[in-house]
Design a protein around this ligand. Structure first.
Ligand SMILES: Nc1ncnc2c1ncn2[C@@H]1O[C@H](COP(=O)(O)OP(=O)(O)O)[C@@H](O)[C@H]1O
Ligand SMILES: O=P(O)(O)OC[C@H]1O[C@](O)(COP(=O)(O)O)[C@@H](O)[C@@H]1O
Ligand SMILES: [Mg+2]
Length: 342
């Protein structure tokens, strides 16, 4: 059997470790052949592939990004899109099954293709940790570690100048990266999309921290909304899927804090730094286990399913399970963090 692997949507540290594990176990233990589909669904509709073998995956699990490239192409659009054209392309290339690595968007497309009769299985990826069907995915741990390092650095410079430092981290719809970074860095306030707050509420914490001679650290998710904001702050246009590009709420908050409290404030937007570079050890392990389990799913012809983490076990669930609600930060987890605010 010949398997095509693709990575689609936002990249994330750990994608290469999935590819390596799948290719190694598939070739060595199951006699599978592999091709890499270039740039996600773009390569699927264009039939743009390259052979993957032992030497092409050597040493890649410690490398960030994806060796296959990625895109935000919709496989149902364009002259070669849609299940019938894609089936023709796969037949021409001798590809029997597709392993799609990606977040909720990629999995929505993969699930549609599986429902339309193509032999597809999914592997979940998100640095935001917003996929409901799995406890965690690779990429999140790395992102939190990078953001934690950044927060630690902001604290020493903030302390030296007695400034309020605002650290903006990723998280389009959910605040997991901010929540964990806030706890890990001992932030004085953490702001997440699930919990809109007023500027007065934020400034009360900032002022009380300053009053006891500490430099306040505020961690904010890019998707955070001040009370009264209908949409998350966006001033960078739309992405390839016509969604607003987020980022910049930290730049908005810092001057507001300074104006209201008189405390000199600075904002740092971490951006794609938290998505790039080497995956953490934990993410390499999780990604490797996903890669092994994804090959098992192909051998079992479990089309339409995806691998997931439940507790410490890797399980198989319908891809549709990842496509309902996002995994948001529950109220009690925010309350738990809030105990140490201020
Ligand atoms: N319901 C859908 N049907 C077909 N394609 C979709 C669907 N939802 C998303 N996609 C495609 O999948 C791409 C990847 O999704 P995106 O949300 O950008 O990344 P991620 O997979 O990281 O969540 C989208 O840009 C879009 O082209
Ligand atoms: O800059 P890009 O690639 O459009 O993506 C930015 C978005 O992708 C993310 O980094 C990750 O999203 P995913 O977990 O869905 O891949 C978000 O936190 C962020 O809003
Ligand atoms: Mg997405």
């Amino acid at each position: 059997m010949r398997v095509g692997i693709l990575t689609s949507g936002g990249d994330g540290p750990g994608l290469n470790a999935v590819i390596r594990a799948a290719v190694l176990t598939g070739m060595v233990h199951h006699g599978l052949e592999f091709v890499g589909i270039r740039d996600g669904y773009r390569g699927l509709v264009d039939g743009d592939v390259r052979v993957l073998n032992r030497s092409s995956v050597r040493g890649i699990s410690r490398i960030g990004g994806t060796i296959l490239g990625t895109s935000r192409t919709n496989p149902y659009e364009g002259p070669n899109g849609g299940p019938d054209k894609i089936r023709e392309t796969l037949d021409r290339l001798g590809i029997d099954a597709v392993m799609a690595l990606g977040g909720e968007g990629t999995l929505a497309a993969a699930n549609r293709l599986a429902n339309d009769g193509l032999q597809v299985i999914g592997v979940p990826k998100t640095i935001d940790n917003d996929l409901d069907a799995t406890d965690y995915t690779f990429g999140f741990d790395t992102a939190v570690q990078i953001a934690t390092d950044a927060g630690d650095r902001l604290r020493t410079t903030g302390d030296s100048h007695m400034r309020c430092m605002v650290l903006e981290v990723m998280g389009r719809h959910v605040g997991w990266i901010a929540l964990h970074t806030g706890i890990a860095t001992g932030a004085h306030v953490t702001l997440i999309p699930e919990q809109p707050r007023s500027i007065e509420w934020i400034c009360d914490y900032v002022q009380s921290v300053y009053d006891r001679r500490r430099a306040p650290l505020v961690v904010v998710s890019e998707g955070f909304k001040l009370e009264g904001m209908d949409e998350a702050h966006s001033h960078k246009g739309l992405d390839a899927f016509n969604r607003p590009r987020l980022g910049g709420i930290g730049e908005l908050l810092a001057p507001m804090i300074e104006e209201r409290t008189g405390i000199e404030s600075r904002s740092t937007v971490l951006g794609h730094i938290q998505r790039g570079g080497a995956p953490s050890g934990a993410d390499r392990v999780l990604a490797t286990r996903f890669g092994l389990a994804a090959v098992d799913a192909i051998i079992d012809e479990a089309w339409g399913s995806m691998v997931a983490l439940r507790g410490t076990d890797i399980v198989r669930v319908p891809m549709a399970d990842a496509l309902g609600d996002l995994k948001r930060v529950p109220e009690h987890r925010y309350r738990e963090a809030e105990i140490l605010f201020g």
